[in-house]
Design a protein around this ligand. Structure first.
Ligand code: FAD
Ligand code: NAP
Length: 547
């Protein structure tokens, strides 16, 4: 066996902890993966989690206002009927504490914590050719050896803090929404600043506005936010949901985005202005993603159709924001397509800007120059505040993967292999990195499909694949490079039929300076995608090389 010099591990094989599979991350993905591999396949599984608790996204993003944007009864696991029947949701769109409680409940119900090492970070994972094993190092000094390496590290888990001159010198309190302190933050009598107006900021701003002495919002691109229309779920609602769960799940699984929108019509352009206004209004009243995914199918494909939805939202903003000049600042311009980035869902967002203690600063017009010890300076003005909040998004898809030193065959680093953009087959695996599987990885429907269901789809596929390998004595699996190329081209081709790649967004890596800009989501829809990956499995993992 020849090992790449950098792959030479300094632990003896006896001192390594041997497992069949090592999973990283205890969010929706890692928890279900652990359950499947341990309880269905009877494998020896270890799970490493950086946080002190399960939850992933729902542990870290405990900022005020955090909640899901698709109904809770859809935004939850479907794999266990017993779990579905046991758990009741208190609101249509559950808040972060309730989702975290749910994930803790799941971990307890399936006795998952005993296989999880918390407060521990995976630093590196190197594939060793010959024995076909992954050698994994963690920051508690331990080393693991596993046949299967499954980074379930999340597509939106690596919080992005943009580099701004002077930021280290800020003397006030500083927070990042994606790493919010578990004990919470008290804003009373404080001057607060929020940088960013994406989905996170849209949730946090109305609540901080009510509590703080003053809130200044630094907006670069206005959001296309639409009302969530959240409401409590009664006992009767929960009974109905539980009675109809199998039908609800069926509808979800068979929907493009994993959430059913039965009233979606074909074309905005095929209807009169009056018909459109009425339909948009009913979607607006229904809330959530109804306007985005449930109004007209062509609004994400056709610029003119898109503009009809955009104009509808702009009119709503002008209606709700009292000061016309602030309303104009909050209206996204024509070149920012409505819905080309996940539509933020809001509760009282626009009304927050009617408050006398809230200031909106357009930092596209007057860019941020530096952060000072007492605040922030733009090209026009200096602002002083006590608390600075970065609601500036994530290094999505690749950020958390690249933070680990992952190396495949010949010591090839994942970071180098993906230097021009992620390279995967189906977002599940990458050539040169045998027996490594990503869950909702780049080039799968991932963030544009109801994520718990997308996660289940991937975990089920991975577990079936591993089961097949174990039963058929397969030592390694990895994508065929040519098939990977085809898939990458196909993902691009499908995306290019829509308006989404035209947006400057984290879907394309545009929010991170220097990141290659490649659209990273498969937009063929969940059902079609599921058929593709299941077809590959049915045909002996067609497209993959098995050794
Ligand atoms: P995560 O939940 O991100 O979990 C990954 C875990 O890996 C984290 O706990 C992290 O600590 C751990 N980890 C990472 N690197 C390492 C390492 N090197 N060592 C050890 N541990 C590591 N999706 C929807 O479909 N609907 C929604 O309503 C929705 N709302 C969202 C709201 C917010 C604020 C955010 C940020 C995302 C939202 N998402 C939503 C997407 C959400 O990320 C997914 O729905 C889902 O929670 C992802 O689960 P996951 O297990 O794949 O990843
Ligand atoms: P985001 O959509 O990337 O928004 C980040 C915001 O920060 C944008 O307004 C961005 O402006 C701004 N920003 C970044 N760098 C900046 C800089 N240097 N100067 C000024 N402004 C800067 O991130 P997010 O809001 O965290 O949302 C990410 C995703 O997480 C969402 O799309 C969604 O999938 C998920 N999410 C869901 C919910 C939910 O409702 N359930 C809530 C939160 C998040 P530009 O647009 O100009 O770059």
């Amino acid at each position: 066996m020849t090992e790449h010099p950098e792959n030479t591990e300094n632990a003896s094989s006896e001192s390594r902890i041997n497992v069949d599979a090592l999973v990283v991350g205890a969010g929706f993905s890692g928890l279900y993966m652990l359950h499947l591999l341990r309880d269905r396949l009877n494998l020896k599984v270890g799970l490493i989690e950086a946080a002190p608790s399960v939850g992933g996204t729902w542990y870290w993003n405990c900022y005020p206002g955090a909640r899901c944007d698709i109904p809770s009864y859809h935004y939850s696991y479907s794999f266990s009927e017993e779990l579905q029947q046991e758990w009741s949701w208190s609101e249509k769109y559950a808040a972060q504490p309730e989702i975290l409680e749910y994930l803790n409940y799941v971990a307890k119900k399936f006795d998952l914590a005993k296989n999880i090492t918390f407060n521990c970070r995976v630093l590196s994972a190197h594939f060793i050719e010959g024995p076909n094993r992954w050698h994994i190092k963690t920051d508690d000094g331990k080393q693991y050896e596993a046949k299967y390496f499954i980074p379930a590290v999340g597509t939106l888990s690596d919080a992005n803090v943009p580099e701004i001159p002077g930021q280290q010198a800020f003397e006030g309190e500083c927070y990042v929404t994606g790493r919010w302190p578990q004990e919470g933050v008290n804003f009373t009598n404080k001057r607060v600043a929020v940088i960013g107006t994406g989905a996170t900021a849209v949730q946090v701003i109305p609540l901080i506005a009510k509590e703080a002495d003053h809130l200044t919002v630094f907006q670069r691109t206005p959001a296309w936010a639409a009302p969530l229309q959240n409401k409590p779920l009664t006992e009767k609602d929960n009974e109905e949901i539980k009675e109809n769960y199998s039908a609800l799940r069926n509808q979800a699984w068979n929907s493009f985005g994993g959430v059913p929108f039965p009233n979606a019509r074909a074309s905005a352009l095929a209807e009169s202005q009056a018909q459109r206004a009425e339909h948009y209004e009913s979607c607006w009243q229904e809330g959530g993603f109804s306007l985005w995914l449930g109004s007209y199918q062509d609004i994400l494909f056709d610029e003119k159709a898109n503009e009809t939805a955009a104009e509808f939202v702009r009119a709503k903003i002008r209606e709700r924001v009292e000061d016309p000049s602030i309303a104009e600042k909050l209206c996204p311009p024509e070149d920012v397509y409505y819905g080309a980035k996940r539509q933020p869902c809001e509760t009282g967002y626009y009304e927050a800007f009617n408050r006398s203690n809230v200031t909106l600063v357009d930092v596209k017009q007057t860019p941020i120059q530096e952060i000072t010890p007492t605040g922030l300076r733009t090209t026009r003005e200096t602002y002083n505040f006590d608390v600075l909040i970065y609601a500036t998004g994530f290094d999505a898809f690749t950020g958390a993967l690249f933070r680990m030193d992952i190396r495949g065959r010949d010591g090839q680093r994942l970071k180098d292999q993906w230097a021009a953009g992620p390279r995967t087959l189906y977002g599940l695996a990458t050539h040169g990195f045998p027996n490594m599987f990503t869950i909702t990885g780049p080039q799968s429907p991932s963030v544009l499909f109801n994520m718990p269901l997308g996660i289940e789809m991937h975990c089920d596929w991975i577990a079936d694949c591993i089961d097949y390998m174990e039963k058929n004595d397969v030592g390694s699996i990895e994508p065929d490079k040519a098939k990977e190329d085809e898939w990458i081209a196909h993902v691009k081709e499908v995306a290019d039929t829509t308006l989404l790649p035209k947006a400057s967004s984290w879907y394309s890596g545009a929010n991170i300076p220097g990141k290659p800009q490649i659209f990273m989501v498969y937009l063929g829809g969940g059902p079609r995608y599921q058929e593709i990956i299941e077809n590959s499995a049915r045909n002996g993992y067609k497209g993959f090389l098995l050794e």
